[in-house]
Design a binder for this molecule. Structure first.
Ligand code: AMP
Ligand code: FE
Ligand code: FE
Ligand code: ZN
Length: 287
């Protein structure tokens, strides 16, 4: 596969959440992959922004500061990407702090349950996540791998961490409407991440997505390996109807997932729309 030179990949994770590289290492990897622009979108956190921007300036990579906000609709988790919002916006800061805290107590609860059946300790999970990271099931998966209980993250997610096994339970998350409004109110551009994944491609109906548009939704992530072909066709029609921004991205997690940087990319005209409508923070754009 060849990545178009200078292309934009607008969805990637660092160790600030569940990626496996530091923000600077992630920027280096994007540069090496031949990308022109990368968006750093850690789950519920902006702590990686300054390190990523510094490195992007050094190596001459475009950097869009972003985040993947956890929201929930009923019992289904919905991820909303936010670009170029104000990282100090009080509402967003309070909301993400609440989510991260709930993720921490939830992860400890899940580890307690697993620990009754397998030799897994909370200390090992904390050590793997590192101080201040947004904790999630991937870190529990890594601790299960480190303990020799499973061989990789995928096996953990397909087994012990699968909801059907009864160990996993949800963390606090606002509803998608609240999330979209909060990102927009902070000057950001909200884009629904992987809205139509296998098995849950009808969670977000056209009617609900239209409500999100009314609440300030800017775009939809269409080219993503987990979106179904049928779902993508539905999103394309919806995006045309509402003149939405459409993106394509990798959702790279380092070695934590098979997704490769630049496996999907975003059209330059769409990146331009994001840069023009995001007013809460500045992109790093090399000349
Ligand atoms: P959580 O937010 O704690 O429920 O964990 C969900 C995260 O796990 C998502 O951000 C995904 O990136 C990651 N994830 C989901 N399925 C897999 C998988 N099969 N392999 C690796 N990571 C996964
Ligand atoms: Fe993730
Ligand atoms: Fe996601
Ligand atoms: Zn993601």
């Amino acid at each position: 596969m060849s990545i178009p030179r200078g292309a934009a990949d607008l969805h990637a994770h660092s160790r600030i959440s569940d990626g496996t590289q530091s923000p600077a290492e992630l920027v280096d990897a994007a540069k090496e992959a031949g990308l022109g622009t990368l968006a750093l979108t850690d789950h519920d956190a902006t702590a990686g922004w300054s390190e990523a921007v510094r490195r992007a300036e050094e190596v001459g990579l475009g950097l869009i500061p972003g985040m993947e906000l956890s929201t929930r609709l009923g019992h289904q988790s919905v991820h909303v990407l936010g670009y170029l919002f104000d990282p100090e916006d009080p509402t967003l800061v309070a909301e993400t702090e609440r989510i991260r805290l709930s993720r921490l107590t939830r992860a400890e609860g899940i580890v307690d349950r697993i620990g009754a059946d397998y030799p897994l300790t909370w200390e090992s999970v904390l050590e793997i996540a590192g101080a201040g990271a947004t904790v999630g099931r991937p870190h529990i998966a890594d601790a299960l791998v480190a303990g020799g209980i499973v061989s990789d993250r995928a096996e953990a997610f397909g087994g012990i961490l699968h909801p059907s096994r009864g160990y996993v339970f949800p963390h606090y998350a606002p509803d998608p409407l609240t999330g979209v409004q909060a990102i927009r109110a902070a000057g950001g551009v909200p884009v629904v991440a992987h809205p139509v994944t296998h098995g849950r491609d009808n969670v977000l109906t056209d009617a609900y997505l239209s409500d999100l548009v009314d609440a300030g939704l800017g775009g939809v992530e269409i080219e993503h390996r987990e979106n179904t072909e049928e779902g993508k066709a539905r999103l394309r029609a919806l995006a045309a109807r509402h003149d939405l921004i459409v993106t394509g991205s990798s959702d790279y997690h380092g070695t934590g997932k098979p997704n490769r940087l630049g496996e999907n990319t975003t059209d330059p005209s769409m990146l331009e729309r994001i840069v023009e409508s995001g007013t809460g923070s500045a992109p790093t754009l090399p000349d």
